[in-house]
Design a protein around this ligand. Sequence first.
Ligand code: SF4
Length: 283
Amino acid sequence: MLASQTQVARTWETREKVTPSAAPPAQPSIAIPPSPTVFEPLEATPELLAELVEQSARLESATPEEIIAWGVERFGSRLTMATAFGPEGCVILSMLAKIAPETYLFNLDTGYQFQQTLDLRDRIEEKYGLSVDMLQPELSVPEYEALHNGPLYKTNPTQCCFDRKIQLLQRGVEGRHAWMSGIRRDQSADRAEADILGWNKKFNLVKISPLANWTKQQVWKRITSEAIPYNPLHDQGYPSIGCWPCTQAVAAGESDERAGRWSGTAKTECGLHTIQESDGSGI
Ligand code: SF4
């Protein structure tokens, strides 16, 4: 057996084997009402923060579908989702396709994504009839690297992430009141305190994490049982997939899901999910 085949086998050994089954019964999607033409930014009023605390506690025992439906009904077309097409993102997209397929979806297309990630976007769109907006930085990769006398990810990855991810996220959430993410509490220490709902100070948005209390096993069980498309790199030893220069395969048995990202440095996050988001209760 080739080394890569061994890795594939090992990776799958860690997942629960589930026989693909028929898709669950169709449920009516939620019609998103049109937004007012004049955008009113959401303010972190005491009333809103209290609502988030109360609803977040209530939704702790809800299913991800119920959390997504709450977000759709509460924020309508002011709700959006950024996806990097990780396993969690693909699961949420499969749920959104049933609940509110017209939700505005976007990807931070840094110019450094794996071809497998770009191909996955096509597979997701085709299977679920969704449309994912690929937001790109103003400067192409050649222009950006020429500006900085070479790849900035080698010398200053924090700045590179800011220029090619954070700024895109700011553009993607413009005019929105809430965004969904696929983070799970058991992914890393940075994410362990994530609330189902939280206030994101940096972007002035409500952050909704429908899978916050799901486990890796639950995510993969859903992917397998519903044949949800996923990135084939996960079968080649990549537990977490970002830009290709900053992502590596890891040894079989590695338990840190963020291992392989910015390997060899202290950096573990691009900054999207490590911003102090609410008054002590966010991530
Ligand atoms: S993950 Fe790497 S290549 Fe991608 S934006 Fe961050 S530093 Fe740049």
